[in-house]
Design a protein around this ligand. Structure first.
Ligand SMILES: Cc1ncc(COP(=O)(O)O)c(C=O)c1O
Length: 380
C-alpha cells in the first residue's frame, strides 16, 4: 500500500440517525457518543426518513418482497420499475428512462453507450470518477478542459473536429458539481456542442430535485444535443439506485445492448417505491429547490461577510477551499467539537492543494446550525 500522511488517511465512521432528520449520532475519537448536526450528507431535501417514503417502502416490501430476484429481462421487472420509469420520463420530458442499481453503474453505461475507441471525449476536469472509469472502459481518447471554461472547451471542440471531421466527439460535464458546489453553464455548453456537432452527456446526480425549473435539473428543456442525462435517487430523492433519461434511439440501444442494464439484478422494488414517493413529493412542492438555493446563497453571503472568499455556486453544496489537508481536518474537528458535522475533502477526491471543507445545506437544517457555523468559522 502506498504511504499516505496522517491527514490523508480515511477512517470509516458509522452513524445512527438522530431524533430529527438533521441529526446524526456517532462516536468521537475518544469513543464518546456524540450527536451532530448533519451538514454533510446529500439528503438535500430531508427525504430519507420522510414518512411517505418509509410507508411506500414498507408497503412494497409486503407486496413484492425484499429483492427482485433477477435481472430486468429474466424475472426482475415489477410494475413499480415501470411506473417509476414512466413517471420520471414524463417529468423530465424525455422519451425513455431506465433504472440502474447505482449512479456509478449508470454513468459507466452512459459513457459506453456514447463513446468507443474512435471517439474523442472532452470533459470538464472535475467530473465524477465513475464517468472517467467509463471513458477508460470505452478506450476513447480523453481530453479535458478547465472547470467550466467555455473558451477552452470551444478550442478543444474546434481542434477535435478539424482532426476528425467524421466522428462526433462526446462532451461530458456535471450540472451541479459535487465537490465544488458550482453549476455548469449547460445552455452555453449545449450551444457549443450543437455548433461543433458533438454529443453531450450530463450527470445531474446532485441537481435533480433541487436545481433547475421545479427541481427538474439544469438541462431541463434542452433536448439537443443531449442524448443521455444521468441521475441518482441516493441524494435529493432520499432513496437509492439511479437512472438514465434518454432519447428514443439511445434508450432502445441501451435496452438491447447495455450490459450494465441487462446483466444486473433489478433495483429492489421497495427502493423504487420510495424513489417514486420522493418524486411525487418533489412534484407537489415545486419551490423546495428554490428555497434551498436562497438559504445557500444567504450562507455564502454571510461567509464572505466574515472574511472568507465567497464560495462559488448557488446550490446546496458549499465548498470552502482551504488548500492543505491538515487545515481542512482541523476545521472539521473544530466544527465537530461544536456539534456540527462537515467533512474535509482531500485528494484524490479533489486536486492536490485544493483540500476543503464541504458544507451541505438541507431543507430542514435549523437556523441555529448556520449561526454556530458562522461563529466557529469567524475565529480564524
Ligand atoms: C456526480 C456524481 N455522479 C454519480 C455518483 C454516483 O452515484 P451513486 O452514489 O448512486 O452510485 C456520485 C456520487 O455518489 C456523484 O457525486
Amino acid at each position: 500500500m502506498p504511504e499516505v500522511s496522517n491527514a490523508r488517511i480515511r477512517k470509516l465512521r458509522t452513524w445512527i440517525p438522530g431524533k430529527s432528520s438533521s441529526e446524526l449520532i456517532g462516536v468521537d475519537e475518544n469513543k464518546n457518543k456524540i450527536t451532530l448536526m448533519d451538514l454533510a450528507s446529500n439528503d438535500y431535501l430531508d427525504l430519507a426518513r420522510h414518512p411517505l417514503l418509509i410507508e411506500a417502502a414498507k408497503h412494497t416490501l409486503e407486496t413484492d418482497g425484499v429483492g427482485s430476484g433477477g435481472s430486468r429481462f429474466i424475472t426482475g421487472s415489477r410494475n413499480i420499475h415501470q411506473k417509476l420509469e414512466t413517471n420520471l420520463a414524463e417529468w423530465l420530458n424525455r422519451d425513455i428512462v431506465l433504472l440502474y442499481p447505482s449512479g456509478f453503474q449508470a454513468n459507466l453505461a452512459a459513457v459506453l453507450a456514447l463513446a468507443d475507441r474512435h471517439t474523442t471525449v472532452i470533459c470538464d476536469r472535475l467530473i465524477h470518477h465513475s464517468l472517467l472509469v467509463g471513458v477508460q472502459a470505452s478506450r476513447a481518447k480523453l481530453i479535458r478542459f478547465r472547470h467550466n471554461n467555455l473558451f477552452e472547451l470551444e478550442l478543444l471542440l474546434k481542434q477535435t473536429r478539424q482532426r476528425n471531421p467524421h466522428k462526433r466527439p462526446l462532451v461530458i460535464t456535471e450540472s451541479l458539481f459535487s465537490m465544488e458546489g458550482t453549476t455548469a453553464p449547460i445552455k452555453e455548453i449545449s450551444k457549443l456542442c450543437i455548433k461543433y456537432d458533438s454529443k453531450l452527456l450530463i450527470d445531474e446526480a446532485h441537481a435533480f430535485g433541487v436545481m433547475g425549473p421545479e427541481g427538474r435539473g439544469e438541462s431541463f428543456g434542452i433536448k439537443e444535443p443531449i442524448p443521455i442525462i444521468s441521475g441518482t435517487f441516493g441524494k435529493a430523492f432520499g432513496s437509492g439506485g439511479a437512472f438514465l433519461a434518454t432519447d428514443k434511439v439511445t434508450g432502445e440501444n441501451l435496452i438491447q445492448n447495455c450490459g450494465a442494464f441487462r446483466y444486473t439484478t433489478a433495483l429492489a422494488p421497495s427502493i423504487c417505491a420510495s424513489a417514486l414517493a420522493a418524486l411525487n413529493l418533489i412534484k407537489s412542492n415545486p419551490n423546495w429547490g428554490r428555497k434551498l438555493q436562497e438559504k445557500s446563497i444567504a450562507l455564502r453571503d454571510e461567509l464572505s461577510q466574515i472574511g472568507w472568499q465567497r464560495p462559488l455556486g448557488e446550490g446546496p453544496i458549499i465548498s470552502i477551499i482551504l488548500g492543505s489537508d491538515e487545515l481542512s481536518i482541523n476545521y472539521q474537528r473544530k466544527l465537530e467539537a461544536q456539534g456540527l458535522l462537515t467533512v474535509a475533502i482531500r485528494p484524490p477526491t479533489v486536486p492536490e492543494g485544493k483540500s476543503r471543507l464541504r458544507i451541505v445545506i438541507k431543507r430542514n437544517t435549523p437556523v441555529q446550525a448556520f449561526e454556530k457555523l458562522i461563529k466557529v468559522l469567524k475565529i480564524q
